[in-house]
Design a protein. Structure first.
Length: 311
């Protein structure tokens, strides 16, 4: 699905059944990015057995992160084994997302096939869906931020979520096993806030079209429930120009990265964007900044220029 973005740029929305949004599953950030890219390609006109192609270069363009062959193979292998637990009043469905994943060597393409049991939740949506912006979902680096963003998007027209018990919230993020077979993660509320809630809120507010906050609620003396509050805001990240050729879209993202780092001198910008080597170095530098492999809190632009002999 797509909705008009600013200045003719298309802001792609992903839609998924609310049963999927609230399902319990575990995924890495890389797996989620592949899934978000896959969901953006779905159409209600698709037939069973449709193969969807996700291009590695497209993923890198969308996320600003670099994926190698080993990472992608591991992620698609994990996606083939991940199980969604979808429960309603009548049944509990345990289902995998993918029927198959195939990496085309030398082409940088992953071909993905959706399992037929999952298809109704993804394609036959009718009125029961969650929509969220693809570029926002991809811009988040924390897997918890990605999941919370999906969750709050389900309630964005209301302005707040329902009140979740902490157990229910942890089940959805796979931090707690309903059967008690796996050890619970972030048992203390302080750790849950520090490593999950605060990280998710900070990233969502900084990088997406939503501004959220949360409230922890007590029963007796102990915190045991959480509720999120949601407001719309102008997205801070660059809208992904899907209607442009990949090279043009990549150049637009590179220009935005330079602007964010304070590199606005026309001559420098022209030199960097005109050099494939420098452009690749730019995306690599941004990735290392995001993953904190490079520390440059005060002047990342100056550090980039110095590292590449431009200053």
């Amino acid at each position: 699905m797509s909705t008009p973005g600013n200045e003719g740029v298309t802001s792609v929305q992903v839609r998924q059944h609310n049963a999927i949004t609230t399902a319990r599953y575990e995924m890495s950030a890389c797996e989620m990015d592949i899934v978000f890219a896959l969901l953006s390609k779905l159409s209600s006109q698709d037939k069973p057995g449709t193969m969807y192609q996700v291009r590695v270069r497209e993923l890198e363009m969308l996320t600003g992160r670099q994926w190698n062959y080993k990472q992608l193979l591991e992620s698609t292998e994990q996606l083939n084994s991940r199980i969604y637990h979808i429960e309603d009043k009548a049944k509990v469905l345990q289902v995998g997302l993918l029927a198959s994943a195939e990496y085309l060597k030398g082409k940088g393409i992953i071909e993905l096939e959706i399992s037929e049991k999952m298809r109704p939740y993804l394609i036959d949506l009718k009125s029961n869906f969650t929509s969220y912006h693809l570029q926002a979902a991809l811009s988040l680096t924390s897997k918890f931020a990605k999941r919370v963003y999906q969750l709050v998007s389900q309630w964005k027209d209301v302005g707040h979520t329902k009140t979740y018990s902490l157990d229910e919230f942890k089940y959805m993020l796979n931090l707690k096993d309903p059967k008690g077979k796996e050890p619970e993660q972030y048992v203390s509320v302080a750790d849950l806030q520090r490593y999950v809630l605060k990280v998710a809120v900070a990233q969502i507010n900084e990088r997406t079209d939503l501004n959220i906050s949360y409230e922890l609620l007590k029963s007796s003396r102990a915190y045991d429930r959480v509720k999120f509050f949601i407001n719309a805001q102008e997205p801070k990240q660059l809208l992904i120009p899907f209607e442009l050729p990949a090279d043009d879209a990549r150049a637009q993202m590179a220009r935005k990265h330079l602007e964010t780092m304070g590199i606005v001198d026309a001559k420098l910008v022209h030199e960097i964007l005109g050099s494939p080597k420098l452009t690749e170095a730019l995306f690599g530098f941004v990735y290392k900044l995001k993953t904190e492999k490079i520390k440059a809190d005060k002047n990342p632009g100056g550090l980039f220029l110095k590292m590449n002999g431009l200053r």
